[in-house]
Design a binder for this molecule. Structure first.
Ligand code: 5AD
Ligand code: SF4
Length: 477
């Protein structure tokens, strides 16, 4: 009999990848995916701890399963990922009907743990990594290692795009951040493993790979006196037949070295897009966050980026309302956004995380309404800039990888017609929405930009070589 798996994923790209791996492992055990919690006999929640809100959402989702589990006690309910590692057995106190709590480093054990629970219903199992203190460093590292080679194209948003983990963990210990505790010490995967996995992905039809790491540009791997950096990896991956685009997230400002910028410039398959979170435009706040750089350092990095890669799009993350943030300090962040004109910024209200350095040392003293206002104000500045910077694309031809139906098409469940609204991305990560034939999905095509908003370019397919059909918009470049 087939077993039915329901899996819900929140959080970052690492979690999306982790879910793909878990699904691949469970499919090998005969599981099929279902979108219904009622149909499922196994329910997994892949969780995030970066902000309180993400945890609240998971606990409410678990709350909704209380009755279902009472009526059907053989359903197995598991919590995996960062919140599992952070909250550990307290999850059983808050949701006593949960059977399984598995940290990000133990995901490979999930199939066996589910079987154990099926053999002995009522047992509650945990599989967690070691805390960062109190054990030998190598043991801690090993306890966070993940399993990566199992790939399941059907679990990806599209079969021709994939994430590939090159690094796990983080050693930066920014004072607000829980990730170094939940994902453990920074470790670069061996380059040979990464390249093999990229080949498997390319053989499966994957055209675009996004390399993942918490501070992906800090990637280093030492082997017999030879150091491999991210720029070296990009060079090796560039030759793999079938791959058309390479991206990488997330970058750490201090490690944006010239060899990496030159690799992006010289390797045509590498996306001209850099996500480099600044977090704040105030030196004092950066110091309290223990980010390890000053505003001057960040500005200097931006000048080097603009000099080597004049066409590159840069995006950022900001936290507003961090402990003690004054109005003047916030204004410095606004000025930084104005100065660097990011393609887009992800803006977050500070959320205190138990276990972090900030939670132990500094009160979360900026009132919620002030955080909200600063969030809105900064977003308004960023949106104006994004809109202004999209304007010059009007009338230009851009090359995009077509990703699939647009959000609107998905909402309208427009899956009967061949002609539908599609979405794709440019080489500098701009989203382009256009009308086109379903068979374009997965193709690299040219589109003429006919309209724009701060977040989206709207285009028309450029039909070259077909007599009698005019391109729908003037092509200026
Ligand atoms: N509160 C709010 N935002 C946070 N981030 C990380 N930790 C917190 C926190 N405690 C943000 C940072 C990071 C992004 C992934 O999440 O901006 O870059
Ligand atoms: Fe968190 Fe800082 Fe590491 Fe990013 S670099 S994961 S913000 S500790």
């Amino acid at each position: 009999m087939t077993k039915k798996l329901y899996i819900e994923t929140v959080g970052c790209q690492m979690n999306m990848l982790d879910s793909e791996m878990v699904v691949a492992a469970l499919r090998r055990q005969g599981y099929e995916l279902t979108h219904s919690t009622d149909d499922a006999d196994t329910l997994l929640f892949n969780t995030c701890s970066v902000r309180q809100h993400a945890e609240d959402k998971t606990y409410s989702a678990l709350g909704r399963l209380r009755m279902a589990k009472q009526e059907n006690p053989q359903k197995v309910i598991g919590v995996m990922g960062c919140m599992a590692q952070k909250d550990q057995k307290t999850i059983f106190h808050r949701a006593p009907y949960v059977d399984l709590v598995v940290g990000p480093g133990q995901l490979h054990q999930i199939p066996e743990l589910i079987e154990q629970i099926r053999r002995q219903p009522g047992t509650q199992l945990t599989a967690l990594s070691l805390d960062r203190k109190g054990s030998n460093v190598d043991d801690i590292k090993r306890s966070h290692e993940t399993f990566d080679p199992l790939r399941d194209p059907t679990m990806r948003p599209t079969p021709f795009q994939a994430y590939l983990r090159i690094q796990i963990g983080c050693d930066k210990f920014c004072t607000y951040c829980i990730v170094p505790m939940t994902r453990g010490p920074e470790q670069g995967r061996p380059p040979a493993q990464i390249i093999d996995e990229a080949r498997v992905l390319a053989d499966q039809g994957c055209k675009e790979i996004t390399l993942l790491g918490q501070t992906v540009n800090s990637y280093r791997h030492e082997d017999g006196g030879k150091t491999t950096r991210l720029s070296d990896l990009l060079l090796s991956l560039h030759d793999i037949p079938g791959l058309e685009r390479l991206k990488f997230v997330t970058n750490y400002p201090k490690d944006m070295t010239d060899d990496l910028l030159q690799a992006i410039r010289d390797l045509p398959k590498v996306s001209h897009y850099l996500h480099v979170p600044a977090q704040s435009g105030s030196d004092d706040v950066l110091k309290r966050m223990k980010r390890g750089y000053t505003v001057g350092d960040y500005d200097e990095m931006m000048s080097r980026i603009r000099e080597t890669l004049p066409e590159v799009a840069v995006s950022s993350d900001f936290i507003v309302g961090f402990c003690g943030e004054t109005e003047e300090e916030f204004q410095l962040t606004v000025e930084m956004v104005e100065r660097h004109r990011f393609k887009n910024s992800f803006i977050f209200k500070y959320s205190e995380r138990p276990g972090t350095i900030a939670s132990k040392l500094r009160p979360d003293d900026v009132p919620e309404d002030v955080k909200k206002r600063r969030n809105n104000d900064l977003l308004a500045v960023q949106n104006r800039i994004s809109e202004e910077d999209n304007q010059p694309f009007l009338g230009r031809k851009v090359r995009i990888l077509v990703e699939g139906p647009s959000k609107l098409s998905v909402k309208q469940q427009n899956d009967s017609s061949d002609l539908l609204q599609l979405t794709g991305r440019t080489m500098c990560d701009r989203i382009v929405v256009f009308e086109g034939n379903r068979r374009l999905i997965g193709e690299l095509i040219d589109v003429a930009v006919v309209d724009y908003t701060p977040f989206t370019l709207f285009g028309s397919v450029v039909t070259n070589h077909v007599q009698g059909i005019e391109p729908p918009a003037p092509i200026l470049s």
